[in-house]
Design a protein around this ligand. Structure first.
Ligand code: 13P
Ligand code: ZN
Ligand code: NA
Length: 283
């Protein structure tokens, strides 16, 4: 069943767990993520970035996700990750996405609020929830790279002001995570997260979870994170499965065989992450 992210994130917030949000790049990853959710009776969020959307289309991804979601009992959210314009967010809503992120994190505070409000206005009509980001998460997501010196941690009081004024349904925070892998262990500012949690009432989102040790993800959830984004590790898992399959038989040419191997690896990984998020059995 396709649902908006609002209900499942509120439930997660009350229950003290998080819902995993997994970036899908193709049909096999969509299948893997939904199959994992159904097996573990976990709510799930599937998300696509703008570059993934332009690789296929909003309609193609939304079609695949809703077709798979109809077959299962668990709630499935189709989310636009790092939406980079009002137009794209609006198109996603029209294509059937049930949740969108508008990423105005590089804009001045007031402009980020204004843009978020504009997206909330079109999304609300369709019952679609909106995530915004305050502060800047570091690292590389698709073509968009943020150097360490340009990453900015979220200010708790500004976060409160932002959430109230923008009237968004969830807030992505920058507390030291980065997109992609890390050189060594990431350093997360848990004190800052605690302060943000006590200042802000809506569900909080952790980006850049690939490469973050499981116990740190768990600690972030204990301190109030309700949605955890995983992308890079899924790409690596899919590629690992495909590569192993191709290397095991140089004469093979059926995409169904090697893509299925990639799908299996993604499903295994997603199930592990659902256990870390504590969402197992919460559907
Ligand atoms: P990772 O690639 O580090 O998992 O980050 C995922 C993310 O934040 C997607 O928005
Ligand atoms: Zn992100
Ligand atoms: Na990361």
């Amino acid at each position: 069943t396709m649902v908006s992210s609002n209900t499942i994130l509120k439930k997660a917030q009350e229950g003290g767990y998080a819902v995993g949000a997994f970036n899908a790049e193709n049909m096999e990853m969509v299948q893997a993520i939904i199959a994992a959710a159904e097996e573990l009776k976990s709510p799930v969020i599937i998300q696509t970035t703008p570059s993934t959307v332009s690789y296929a289309s909003l309609e193609l991804f939304c079609g695949m996700v809703s077709a798979e979601a109809q077959k299962v009992s668990v709630p499935v959210v189709m989310h636009l990750d790092h939406g980079n314009s009002f137009e794209l967010c609006k198109q996603a809503v029209m294509a059937g996405y049930t949740s969108v992120m508008i990423d105005g994190s590089k804009l001045p505070f007031e402009e980020n609020i204004a843009l978020s409000k504009k997206v909330v206005a079109v999304a609300a009509e369709a019952g679609v929830a909106v995530e915004s980001e305050l502060g800047i998460v570091g690292g590389k997501e698709d073509s968009h790279e943020v150097s360490d010196k340009d990453a900015i941690y979220t200010n708790p009081l500004r976060a409160k002001e932002f959430a109230e004024q923008a009237e968004i349904q969830s807030l992505a925070v920058a507390i030291g995570t980065a997109h992609g892998f890390y050189n060594g262990e990431p350093k997360l500012d848990f004190d800052r997260l605690k302060e943000i949690r006590s200042a802000v009432t809506i569900p909080l989102v952790l980006h850049g979870a690939s490469g973050v040790p499981d116990d740190m993800v768990r600690q972030s959830i204990e301190l109030g994170i309700c949605k955890v984004n995983f992308a890079t590790e899924l790409r690596v898992a899919f590629t690992k499965g495909v590569r192993q399959s191709l290397e095991s038989n140089a004469k093979m040419f059926d995409p169904k065989i090697y893509n299925a191997a990639g799908r299996e690896e993604v499903k295994k990984l997603v199930k592990e992450k659902m256990h870390v998020c504590g969402s197992v059995g919460k559907a």
